[in-house]
Ligand binder design. Structure first.
Ligand SMILES: [Mg+2]
Length: 279
């Protein structure tokens, strides 16, 4: 407890120095009375800085403490929404307080005693593993391109690749996966520096947000959702919330979100300021 208040004091000037942080704090302060704060966030690039290897990304301790503190407030529910597998997300967040986790863009959700797995998730696993092996054989020659096999989905990371290798990776993915896209077995989700191949189930982070909100409102009454995210795939979540809550894009990407924070450190400053609000 003592260390949390020390950190809060130490970081307060920094938090108030960013007008975007101050505006986003004020927006939460102005939320409609009697609504539970439902704080939903993407993970990579939003709560955590990107790292060359996605497997080396973990939630920073100070941010974990802030989210735990907020999640323990009686008027707050916290949820994380990610393209990662649910169990991977849970382990990397390391939160102790009960929160919602939505993995695979919401195809699997758990939290608060509730859980959800889309009924069609297991259908395509075998074929996807065949495709993953084929992709790996072709992509392993390209410097800076990494294949991440998530069992039910496959991600091709190109953040560290040269523009030429990035374009070549895209061509390889289209060649290997293309026929299955045409048959609508899989769909391709192109992110900022990652291409993700998922079972073609019409389900997005927007569906995840709606599912979690409905579950929270069933338990606690009306909620006021806030969603933070940095990637193209977070736009579905922004759309699901619209003007019924607060949407915050992280980084400089073009977005339909109502507000913007510059990066994970600004998100941390915002979370720290939220702990000063009566919630
Ligand atoms: Mg992200």
């Amino acid at each position: 407890m003592r260390s949390t208040s020390q950190r809060k004091q130490a970081a307060a000037p920094e938090a108030s120095g960013d007008p975007a942080v101050a505006r986003a704090v004020e927006a939460v302060g102005r939320r409609p009375a009697g609504r539970r704060l439902l704080l939903l966030s993407d993970f990579d690039g939003t709560l955590c800085e990107f790292r060359p290897a996605p497997e080396s990304v973990y939630l920073d301790r100070a941010r974990r403490d802030l989210l735990d503190a907020l999640a323990r407030r009686p008027g707050v529910t916290v949820g994380l929404v990610s393209g990662r597998r649910l169990e991977d997300l849970r382990a990397r967040a390391g939160l102790e307080a009960p929160v919602y986790y939505a993995g695979l863009h919401g195809l699997e959700i758990a939290g608060a005693g509730a859980s959800f797995v889309h009924e069609r998730v297991a259908e395509t696993r075998g074929l996807l593993q065949v495709l993953a092996r084929a992709l790996d054989a072709h992509l392993s020659a390209l410097d800076g391109v990494r294949l991440e096999n998530k069992d039910l989905s496959v991600a091709v990371h190109t953040r560290l690749a040269s523009p030429a290798h990035r374009a070549e990776a895209r061509r390889i993915v289209e060649r290997v996966v293309g026929p299955h896209l045409a048959r609508r077995t899989f769909r391709m989700l192109p992110g900022s520096a990652v291409i993700e191949i998922l079972p073609n189930i019409p389900w997005t982070k927007g569906h995840a947000v709606r599912w979690i909100r409905a579950d929270v409102e069933r338990r606690h009454g009306p909620a006021w959702p806030v969603y933070l995210g940095d990637d193209v795939t977070d736009e579905d979540a922004f759309e699901a919330i619209g003007s019924s809550g607060l949407t915050i894009v992280v980084g400089d990407r073009e977005s339909a979100a109502a507000m913007r924070l510059s990066g994970p450190p600004a998100v941390e400053a915002w979370l720290r300021s939220l702990t000063d609000l009566p919630l």
